[in-house]
Design a protein around this ligand. Structure first.
Ligand SMILES: *[C@@H]1O[C@H](CO)[C@@H](O)[C@H](O)[C@H]1NC(C)=O
Ligand SMILES: *[C@@H]1O[C@H](CO)[C@@H](O)[C@H](O)[C@H]1NC(C)=O
Length: 384
């Protein structure tokens, strides 16, 4: 409910302030700064692994499962609570596209990149209570089996492959989760093989059961919050890619802050205020990256923004342990103090510990995605 309210608040805020989509129009609109602005936004999108901001047409309520998952892995600012909670860095949810009267489902996975490593895939079905007339049935348990429908290459027929099977109490209700990882792996390697998932319910004796006895909510007849859903845990391999690219960028002559948010007004005013006296020792300062100011509140569900922090301050001789200096920085500050070599400056105040953040957002297909991004928040600063 709280998430619903905050989502609504985002939408309302965006609707009430159409200019929020182009916040930088407030600055001098000469073509040069316009170019810098769009280049900066494009670069920021790349940091978030996207080429273009997802197009969002009207708003849907994100699945409760995804909201709960987000709140489990991330704190209120989106910072990862425990990196061990998620195996990969991406969780995607898909709604059934078939909306069939039968217990058959089909999911369109075209938004998953071919390079993403499929870790686990789950089918989430909401089990309804049996209809009243059948409540006194003699069966207490039924066997529920999920099958993948597959084309048989040498004939026109389809074949069923068992993916997952479980005993369920007839009278239970609530979410049931079935593992369907092999099916999703085969769909990813051949899109055309994605026919359907089929659910079969049998008695313990093995005879097929009336589907009124064990019922699952469908996208067609039941509340959207109970829609059949596929949840896919993947890894996009970005962490290693980021490490490689930052290695290759190392010869860059200027020290680069690891996260350069576009110039938000708050960051600017901070800078102006503090550049006057640079004598404060190296320490961590707030740097709030506001997704609404950037114009992204339409597709990002959570967080609304996050504190990336930044490092600023002097690193004079002698560097105490609280400055967390490297040996190299200590020697450099000594050389600087002794003026042994000309043109050697004091060491730089930079982030020396970085944390990941999580984003919950709508992708181009309006599927809700949770993604983890490494090295986004300065955890501490040091003289390096
Ligand atoms: C899957 O979704 C994509 C993008 O929305 C669409 O272009 C494609 O036709 C869909 N595929 C099927 C089989 O519906
Ligand atoms: C394939 O289907 C067509 C008609 O749908 C039928 O005539 C043909 O015999 C089938 N082939 C096989 C190998 O089953």
């Amino acid at each position: 409910m709280r998430a619903l309210l905050s989502l609504c608040a985002l939408m309302c805020a965006a609707a009430a302030r159409p200019s929020a989509r182009h916040p930088f129009n407030a600055f001098p609109a000469d073509t040069e700064s316009e170019e810098v602005r769009s280049a900066a936004i494009k670069r920021l999108l790349e940091v978030f692994g996207m080429e273009d901001p997802p197009a969002v047409h009207g708003h849907k309520q994100p699945p409760q499962y995804m909201l709960d998952l987000y709140n489990t892995v991330a704190d209120v600012d989106g910072v990862t609570r425990d990196p061990a909670l998620l195996e990969g860095n991406t969780v995607r949810s898909f709604f059934d596209r078939l909306r069939s009267e039968q217990v058959e489902f089909r999911f369109n996975l075209s938004s998953v990149a071919k390079t993403e490593k499929i870790l686990t895939a789950e089918l989430h079905l909401f089990k309804l209570r049996p209809q009243a007339a059948l409540a006194f049935n003699r069966h207490h348990f039924c066997q529920v089996s999920i099958y993948q429908l597959m084309e048989v290459s040498w004939s026109n027929s389809t074949e069923k492959k068992l993916l997952s099977s479980r005993l369920l109490p007839v009278h239970s209700s609530g979410w049931e989760v079935f593992s369907i990882t092999p099916a999703v792996r085969s769909w990813m390697s051949d899109e055309g093989s994605n026919l359907r998932l089929h659910v079969v319910v049998r008695t313990l004796g093995g005879s097929q059961v009336d589907l009124k006895l064990i019922r699952f909510a469908s996208g067609r007849h039941h509340h959207p919050s109970k829609q059949p859903m596929l949840v896919l845990f993947t890894d996009d391999g970005r962490q290693s890619a980021a490490l490689q690219s930052s290695d290759s960028e190392d010869p860059s002559p200027l020290p680069q802050p690891p996260v350069s948010a576009p110039p938000s007004r708050s960051a600017r005013s901070l800078d102006y205020g503090e550049d006057v006296g640079v004598s404060k020792p190296c320490q961590r300062w707030p740097l709030y990256v506001d997704f609404e100011e950037i114009g992204w509140s339409g597709w990002i569900v959570s967080p609304r923004g996050y504190n990336a922090y930044h490092c600023k301050g002097s690193c004079p001789f002698p560097l105490g342990q609280n400055m967390r200096p490297t040996n190299h920085a200590t020697v450099q500050s000594i050389i600087n103090a002794l003026k042994l070599v000309r043109g050697i400056q004091t060491p730089c105040c930079v982030p020396d510990k970085l944390h990941s953040i999580n984003l919950l957002y709508f992708d181009d297909d309006e599927n809700v995605v949770l993604k983890q991004y490494d090295d986004m928040v300065a955890g501490s600063c040091g003289c390096h």
